[in-house]
Design a protein around this ligand. Structure first.
Ligand code: HEM
Length: 428
């Protein structure tokens, strides 16, 4: 039963979606196709559904729901706050669509809610992503074993986006895994330096994944119009204030902020506001990290160097401090890579969403109907994203920006500024 539903999602869903967007079919063509041929094939009794199957169905049901909402809201048939009328068309064995999805989601064992999420769309949907680096291995598993990506559009640009987000997340996970123990464990200095240096190389790889995304061949390369008008309208609200799939719910990104520290007033309140977008595991992980002293403060305390010693020091003096305390150099290199990733990400948000909106505002083009392009789907604004990026840059070791990076890299024994590239592989 699931293979057939999966095959329908891979093939018919994008076809129907595209026909509605092209104006060739009405919105009802999608809800009718689901009601007539798809929903009746779902298991009536979900009580015995294995967790892996429940995760697969949660991905599929979530995408179907978001596609229906998008078309009915975009066509003006329902308002953004009136999506109940869309779901009322989708009866599943006598149950409401969201009630049924809620039952399936409960069987995932992951505390998943009754809608699609970052986890179902970006994490469970794509194939497994593996990261191999200096003899260590990490894995971000997918729940389908077909090596395929389920998309709303059937377009390679959406497939590349899914792979991009999941690959970045997998490498972030590897970096976090190396540095998180430094917050609590008293490891030997050489080990501490090695972990921070390796994590810096991994974040460098995340940055390269961002750069590679912009250099794909033209037919697979993301454009602002496709991102904003076509793809992003499928990541929509099912009810006011809920959380559609968004990179903002990437728990590894937030975990890194908590490990490295971010100088933004009340950052923890922001993270707590995101909690409904995360699953219980992600929430528990972040809650554990919330009380921790960030890594740069721990490293400074261990060396006895104070921020005042660094502030205003000349490059030679800074280099001498780094020679005496290579741990500071390793920590700085890690923070510098984190800043590069944060800056690249903000540039992406501007390039693919906010700049396009500004150009359109200037020529009087109305905002996108389903998901506004003036605000993030988690409710955050561009100005706050800028504040977050600046908060990541304003770390206690910024003074080392005045020292050539290659000198610091040599000091920590990286031998070369970048180190070998981690291997990111997709699929079994
Ligand atoms: C084409 C690629 C991407 C674009 C255009 C993009 C755009 C955006 C936008 C517009 C927001 C604010 C929206 C919201 O509230 O949901 C956002 C937030 C966020 N995104 Fe992305 N994103 C992209 C890829 C990624 C990737 C790969 C990651 C993870 C590595 C990520 C992580 C985040 C995080 C953590 C936030 C919260 C703001 C912050 O902490 O800086 N995004 N993104």
């Amino acid at each position: 039963m699931i293979p057939a539903l999966n095959a329908w999602t891979l093939d018919a869903l994008p076809r129907l979606n595209n026909a509605v967007l092209a104006g060739d079919s009405p919105c009802e063509s999608l809800t009718d196709a689901l009601s007539d041929g798809v929903l009746p094939r779902l298991p009536a009794d979900v009580g015995a559904l294995p967790a892996a199957d429940a995760r697969r169905l949660t991905v599929l049901l979530g995408m179907w729901g978001s596609a229906c909402v998008r078309h009915f809201v975009q066509s003006g048939r329902v308002t953004q706050t009136g999506t109940g009328a869309v779901f009322a068309r989708l009866d599943v064995h006598g149950r409401g669509f969201r009630d049924y999805l809620g039952e399936v989601a409960a069987r995932t064992g992951a505390g998943h809610p009754d809608r699609d999420t970052y986890v179902s769309y970006f994490h469970w949907n794509p194939p497994t992503v593996r990261v191999d680096y200096v003899g260590q291995h990490w894995c971000a598993p997918g729940v389908f074993e077909d090596g395929l990506l389920r998309t709303h559009t059937g377009d390679d640009r959406e497939r590349e986006l899914l792979l991009f987000v999941k690959s970045a997340e997998a490498v972030e996970l590897a970096a976090n895994d190396l540095i998180e123990p430094l917050l609590t464990e008293d490891l030997p200095p050489a080990d501490r330096i090695e972990r921070m240096t390796a994590a810096a190389v991994l974040l460098g790889a995340v940055h390269r994944i961002f750069a590679a995304f912009t250099r794909l061949p033209a037919e697979r390369r993301m454009t602002p119009e496709f991102f904003t008008d076509t793809w992003r309208q499928y990541t929509n609200h099912w009810e006011p204030g809920d959380y559609p799939p968004s990179g903002a719910a990437d728990a590894e990104f937030i975990a890194r902020d908590l490990i490295l520290g971010v100088d933004v007033p009340d950052y923890l309140s922001y993270v707590r506001r995101l909690f409904p977008a995360l699953l219980p595991d992600g929430r528990a992980r972040l809650t554990r990290l919330m009380g921790a002293t960030p890594l740069p403060a721990l490293v400074l305390a261990r060396t006895g160097v104070t921020p005042d010693d660094l502030h205003g020091a000349a490059p030679d003096k800074l280099l001498a401090i780094a020679e005496q305390h290579p741990e500071l150099a390793a920590c700085y290199l890690l923070l510098a890579e984190n800043v590069r990733v944060a800056t690249a990400h903000l540039n992406f948000a501007r390039r693919f969403v906010f700049d396009l909106r500004r150009t359109r505002d200037a020529d009087g083009t109305p905002d996108t109907v389903v998901m506004s392009s003036r605000i993030g789907s988690t409710g955050i604004r561009e100005s706050f994203m800028d504040e977050l990026k600046n908060g990541r840059r304003r770390h206690p070791l910024t003074a080392f920006e005045r020292v050539p990076r290659a000198r610091l890299a040599t000091l920590v024994g990286a031998g070369r500024p970048a180190g070998p590239d981690p291997v990111v592989s997709v699929g079994a």
